[in-house]
Design a protein around this ligand. Structure first.
Ligand code: ADP
Length: 632
């Protein structure tokens, strides 16, 4: 036996470059004549058990046909090979690759190599590839290639499957067929971008609608492509990846829509609340002029304080929703930064002094710059207000510095306090909305947590930034830096208080449909010494203005019969002197573009609701000063 095995092993080695790891079988007329020890090792049967049996009996029934075919080939060509499963004594199967040769004496030699491991691998790979394909299709992602020479698209990275971009299971598509699937409104845009790449090779990303025959609907596809290889004619082969983003887009649109609805709702509600607030605060202001008991006066001051806080909160919410919607416009005018900082410090000094704190301003005299004084004051007011609020001993120093020249001129405000400071972990998120360093329910300090978020939004709008450094227990320094080009035109010096003399004896017309508002402004103006006539809508206003010239007209914007802008136009069309009366808009819609439309419409100034006596005086002074300058 050993000899014989030695024989066939030598022969197998010569013919098949086989090793003793392989199985050798010698057959005559399909019947096993000899096997080697590897056969026994791998199948479990020893030689005596298999000699005399048909070899086919050891092959898997599914592969009997294959074996018959292989045998036929062996007879015809003298050699053959195939892969099939071989039975084990234990009942299992394993894959072998069979190489066979027919000797002239009619004996067949077969070398069988165990390939079960490789087969296993292959199966796994095929599974993985199938899963990959499935995932890709599920995710709606397709890779494609366009050949300008044949004007056809082929889909998928291995290019074994064909179809158009985004259409699995399609045959090769021509460019014309491809573009017919694109929504008519998108065709031109896509074609233009695509031709651009075919000509230049430059990468492009486009989104478009694509017809989906399965459910007779438009899918939204996002395709990114680039030139891959330039062909002899100069045109580029294009490699692209297309993704079905229908669901993503719908989800994104829904999220954006929801956010917009929320922002709109917030802005509208705040606005709606602010209108009656106007009435409440106005009435409270008027009450201060009445004879009240000491207790009544104390209660009134309390109510005014709360009203002011509520107003501030409403303004914060409106500002914040506008900032988020990108709808907060700045109104740029000449301003003096030092004067601005001084006014903020002066406003907050009583609060600081009440707590025994110092509040200092360190600033070199500054020239005029261009900026939004209202918004800049708002930022500074927030920072200094916080510093006073969060400091118990010591005080607050406001520093103003500037750098850069002409158009590159920038302002930097630093607000340093000796207060409680902020833990490092809390510092990072502080500029996010509703963030407070102390988020606990039992926190000592009130506030909405909107202030810093708004300050940051405003600073960014001013092409600037905001930041802080802080040491818990030692204090904080907040800084804000904004672009503030040096101004060419110095603004007119404006001091609210000097307005008082201006107003006494002034003949004023108030055109306002809301009775409460009409009463409030009338009383406020009368307290300032003006003599007031009223009209209840725009038409009545024009009639009154035509009958008698006024020194000043206050005009509501939204009114029945004739609105404020139409009434202004009609007054401007009257004969002099009625036509030239300065007109001040009273409005709750004080966004920059709206204010601009009032001024364009012939008005001379505006005052925002809710009205406060200080704002009223300031606006009257500014408007009259300007009107006189214009008249001169
Ligand atoms: P609000 O003051 O209304 O809560 P802000 O956005 O202005 O909202 O401030 C957010 C938080 O930042 C405050 O609640 C406070 O925890 C912290 N903070 C702001 N300024 C200071 C400061 N100067 N010192 C200590 N903490 C501060």
């Amino acid at each position: 036996m050993a000899d014989l095995n030695g024989d066939i092993e030598a022969e197998a080695a010569r013919w098949f470059f086989a090793s003793s790891e392989d199985i050798f079988v010698v057959l005559r007329a399909g019947v096993v004549e000899r096997v080697n020890p590897t056969w026994t090792k791998l199948t479990g049967w020893d030689e005596a058990e298999v000699v005399g049996q048909h070899f086919t009996d050891f092959a898997h029934p599914d592969e009997h046909q294959l074996i018959d075919d292989t045998v036929r080939q062996l007879r015809e060509k003298g050699q053959a090979h195939c892969e099939h499963r071989l039975k084990q004594k234990s009942g299992g199967w394993f894959w072998v690759r069979a190489n066979s040769r027919l000797r002239p004496d009619g004996v067949a030699m077969i070398v069988l190599q165990d390939i079960s491991e490789a087969r296993e691998h292959e199966a796994q790979n095929a599974d993985a590839a199938r899963t990959n394909d499935m995932l890709r299709e599920e995710a709606g992602v397709f890779v494609w290639r366009f050949d300008p020479a044949t004007q056809t698209y082929a889909v998928d990275s291995d290019l074994t499957r064909t179809g158009g971009p985004g259409i699995p299971g399609r045959r090769m598509l021509t460019a014309a067929e491809m573009s017919a699937e694109i929504h008519p409104d998108d065709q031109e845009r896509v074609a233009e971008a695509f031709v651009g790449t075919v000509v230049s090779g430059a990468p492009r990303v486009v989104e478009y609608r694509h017809f989906k025959a399965e459910n007779n609907s438009w899918a939204r596809l996002r395709a990114a492509w680039r030139g891959m290889r330039q062909q002899a004619g100069g045109l580029w082969e294009v490699l692209g990846i297309t993704q079905d983003v229908t669901e993503l887009t719908e989800a994104r649109d829904a999220a954006i829509e929801a956010a917009e609805v929320k922002a709109r709702f917030l802005a509208n509600m705040s606005h709606e609340i602010r209108t009656p607030m106007n009435g409440v605060l106005g009435v409270l202001h008027l009450l201060r002029h009445e004879a009240l008991s000491e207790d009544g006066r104390r209660l009134l001051d309390e109510a005014l304080g709360c009203g002011a806080m509520l107003s501030e909160l409403l303004n914060d919410v409106i500002d914040f929703s506008r900032l988020e919607a990108g709808k907060l416009d700045l109104t740029i005018e000449p301003l003096q930064p030092v004067a601005l900082a001084e006014s903020v410090v002066a406003l907050l000094r009583p609060q600081a002094e009440a707590k025994g704190l110092y509040l200092r301003l360190e600033a070199a005299p500054e020239e005029w710059v261009d900026g939004d004084p209202v918004r800049l004051r708002q930022i500074l007011f927030n920072l200094v207000g916080n510093a006073v609020k969060f400091t118990a001993a010591g005080g607050v120093t406001v520093r103003l510095t500037s750098k850069g020249e002409a158009a590159d001129h920038r302002l930097r405000f630093e607000v340093a306090d000796t207060g409680i400071g902020i833990e490092p972990e809390a510092q990072a998120g502080l500029f996010e909305r509703f963030q407070q360093a102390d988020g606990s329910a039992t926190r000592r300090f009130g506030g909405s947590g909107l202030g810093l978020a708004i300050a940051q939004g405003l600073a960014q709008q001013m092409d600037g930034a905001i930041g802080l450094s802080s040491e818990p227990g030692q204090g904080s320094t907040f800084w804000v830096e904004v672009a503030a080009p040096r101004s060419n035109t110095a603004g007119a010096a404006q001091d609210g208080d000097t307005g008082l003399d201006l107003i006494s004896g002034l003949k004023v017309l108030v055109v306002e449909d809301n009775p409460t508002n009409r009463m409030i402004i009338t009383r406020m103006l009368e307290h300032l010494g003006a003599s007031v006539t009223t009209a209840e809508d725009g038409a009545q206003g024009v009639e009154t203005a035509a009958a008698q010239a006024f020194d000043l007209i206050f005009m509501d914007i939204q009114m029945p019969v004739m609105d404020g802008l139409a009434a202004t136009a009609a007054i401007r069309a009257l004969d002099a002197p009625a036509a030239t009366s300065p007109i001040i808009a009273m409005t709750a819609n004080a966004m920059a573009h709206q204010v601009e439309s009032y001024l364009k419409g012939g008005m001379n100034g505006w005052v925002s609701k809710p009205l406060s006596p200080a704002a009223l005086v300031r606006t009257i002074a500014q408007t009259l000063a300007q009107a006189w300058v214009d008249a001169a």
